[in-house]
Design a protein around this ligand. Structure first.
Ligand code: DOR
Length: 310
């Protein structure tokens, strides 16, 4: 086993890194670049049944501490990503398929299509998009989330994962985890999506920085690291039969190491990948290896979830 090798759902990964869904994965050339990069796997843009333009631009802005976006699920429609997934070479690295239907029925249709394609793509069901006007984040409505997971588990009938929004209260960690634990087919939990409906203000222009929703959007990057780590660790502790994928605030090997310590099996990179290029994965792997070697760790398994408390 090499130093960085990782595992999820019994599948081997050369390293724990991949893109966060939404970043560098809308078009096939972007996905191809991720496939050719040092990332251990890759994930497609969250798709809907039909192609979407998304929200009006500007809809992404970089800030000193991260990013704000209100993309609104611009994507080519699920058939485009399914076509890509059919052609993907799974021998090079695993591929995740992100699904973000605008209704329960849409999710059932898309996931049935993935299942019936008989490909080893791993579905990550996005329950946490903050940016479609009129569509609240499902995972903030526990009854809706429960109904969604019951229906999807029954229809899809294969292991899948869920992309969760950040929670900020212990009672919410408990309630969300209790629902997830009702569904054994929910095999992994990705924490976190962007922190939704934040507001970045440009003081010179006395203005918001993105156009949709009067400037409200999901933030990522440095702003979100502690919240991401808390959510990774909260679900790692509460869902012993599931795996956790960490996402949020990763821009060097140090943050990857923190996510792994908190319990993540794999780690996604969003804002930092958007601000750089798929070349970032080689650097992150180098930096993670250096930290592990300095600390005497010979495998990711040896440190995963080993966060100490006081
Ligand atoms: O921050 C996000 N932006 N999270 C999502 O789940 C979707 C994406 C978008 O397209 O708005």
């Amino acid at each position: 086993m090499s130093l960085l090798s990782a595992s999820l759902l019994g599948i081997k990964f050369a390293n724990p890194l991949l893109n966060a869904s939404g970043v560098h994965c809308r078009y096939t050339d972007e996905l191809d670049a991720l496939a050719a990069s040092a990332a251990g796997s890759l994930i497609t843009k969250s798709c809907t049944l039909l192609e979407r333009e998304g929200n009006p631009e500007p809809r992404y802005a970089a800030t000193a501490l991260g990013s704000i976006n209100s993309m609104g699920l611009p994507n080519q429609g699920y058939a485009y990503y399914l076509d890509y997934a059919r052609r993907h070479n799974y021998a090079t690295k695993p591929l995740f398929f992100s699904v973000a239907g605008l209704s329960l029925e849409d999710n059932l249709t898309m996931m049935a299509a993935v299942r019936d394609a008989y490909i080893p793509a791993i579905v990550e069901l996005n329950l946490s998009c903050p940016n479609v006007p009129g569509k609240p984040q499902i995972a903030y409505d526990f009854e809706a989330m429960d109904r969604m997971l019951a229906a999807v588990s029954a229809e899809y009938a294969l292991p899948f994962g869920v992309k969760m929004p950040p929670y900020f209260d212990i009672a919410h960690f408990d309630a969300a985890a209790a629902i997830l634990n009702k569904y054994p087919l929910v095999a992994f939990v990705t924490c976190i999506n962007s922190i939704g409906n934040a507001l970045v203000i440009d003081i010179e222009n006395e203005s918001v920085v993105i156009k949709p929703k009067d400037g409200f959007g999901g933030i990522g990057g440095d702003y979100v690291l502690p919240t991401a780590l808390a959510n990774v660790n909260a679900f790692y502790r509460r869902c012993p039969d599931k795996q956790v994928i960490g996402c949020g605030g990763v821009r060097s090997g140090e943050q990857v190491f923190m996510h792994l310590l908190a319990g993540a099996s794999l780690v996604q990179v969003g804002t930092a990948l958007h601000e750089d290029s798929p070349r970032i994965f080689a650097r992150l792997n180098r930096e993670l290896s250096a930290i592990m070697e300095r600390k005497g760790y010979r495998s990711i398994e040896a440190l995963r979830g080993k966060l100490k408390t006081l």
